[in-house]
Ligand binder design. Structure first.
Ligand code: SAM
Length: 327
């Protein structure tokens, strides 16, 4: 007998059993463990395992260990007699009512898999925050976020100070322009930037200038951020208007600052001009700057574990006007 006909005989022998055909069909759709196959097929473990052994022996299954379980999968051979025979078998199985029943039970098995984790989280609820610490890793999270943010996106950091945030954004692959009116701060920022190792697309460029007259062309950036700057500026509305000017239509304007407070020491020790802002004031500033749809979130100081004023994050997107584009 030629090698080809020997091979063909092996193919027919392996596929001659209806249960094996059903198993292959299921494992082509989903990776399953023995227990799950038993549930779908309605068969005892010994029977399912015997068929799996034959299929494995024929080299048709790949397996993967998952703790104490082994899950199986069938990837149809790309060529040769197996491929042709499987195509014929699959076609005939498609018209078989058993397949319909198998699919229904497979669906249930998969739903039960998902329910496992759902019932875990349903039972755990608020304790998750403590448990979560086990999984939390700042570096890992930053790297995940890095994949979300489109590298090369151009953003402005208005009132960049020592460029802490600007460098963080640069490390995420963003092209950052940091603006500040203090030459001393820019000097420190420059030193910090030179020590950075930015990924492709990531960079920080510093420009000296005023927040109410930002040295960036109109529509030049995708987003503008001012972090803890607004309480220092003479006219918050003008600054927000400037930020809206430099972002392209659809781009984002984000302000992070203190909610109005009575920490007088900040005036003396930190030279602040504004003792924070009421959220209604912020809403009005944005509206006056041509950004009526502002989203504001307040974060109470307790959440940060220090005796500091509450902070807010306000953000809006610049609209594209019907005729022409204006903020
Ligand atoms: C509290 S620091 C915040 C720095 C930085 N955004 C951060 O979060 O680390 C405020 C910065 O805004 C700058 N600044 C204040 N008023 C400004 C203005 N009108 N134009 C440009 N920069 C300004 C200050 O020089 C200072 O570096």
């Amino acid at each position: 007998m030629t090698h080809a006909s020997q091979e063909l005989q092996r193919v027919f022998k392996t596929l001659s059993d209806p249960t094996r055909m059903r198993i292959l069909r299921l494992l082509e759709r989903e990776e399953l463990v023995v227990q799950e196959l038993m549930e779908v097929l309605g068969m005892a473990q010994s029977r399912v395992s015997r068929h799996l052994a034959i299929l494995r022996e024929a080299g048709l299954l790949s397996d993967r260990r998952n703790g104490t379980y082994v899950s199986y999968r069938f990837v149809p051979p790309p060529e040769g007699s197996w491929r042709e025979a499987w195509a014929v078998v699959k076609r005939s199985l498609g018209e078989d009512p058993t397949s319909e029943r198998d699919d229904l039970l497979l669906q249930r098995v998969l739903e039960a898999r998902g329910d496992q984790s759902k019932s875990f989280f349903d039972s755990i609820g608020p304790e998750w925050d403590a448990l979560r610490k086990v999984f939390n890793d700042d570096a890992l999270r930053a790297r995940a976020v890095e994949r979300l943010v489109a590298p090369g996106l151009k953003v402005a950091d208005v009132g960049t100070g020592t460029a802490i945030l600007a460098c963080e954004l640069g490390r995420l692959g963003l092209e950052v322009i940091g603006i500040d009116h203090s030459r001393r701060m820019l000097q420190v920022a420059q030193g910090k930037i030179e020590q950075q190792d930015f990924p492709p697309g990531g960079s920080v460029e510093l420009r000296h200038g005023e927040a109410n007259d930002i040295p960036i062309a109109s529509d030049e950036v995708e987003a503008a951020l001012a972090h803890m700057v607004l309480h220092y500026v003479a006219s918050p509305v003008e600054v927000i208007r400037e930020m809206a000017r430099i972002v392209r239509p659809g781009g984002a304007i984000v302000i992070v600052d203190f909610v109005e407070h009575d920490h007088e020491w900040m005036r003396q020790e930190l030279g602040v001009v504004w003792m924070g802002f009421g959220l209604d004031d912020i809403r009005a500033f944005f509206a006056e700057a041509g950004l009526p749809n502002v989203r504001i979130e307040q974060i109470d100081s307790a959440a940060r574990g220090r005796d500091l004023p509450a902070t807010f994050i306000a953000s809006a997107r610049r609209r594209a006007a019907a005729n022409g584009e204006s903020p």
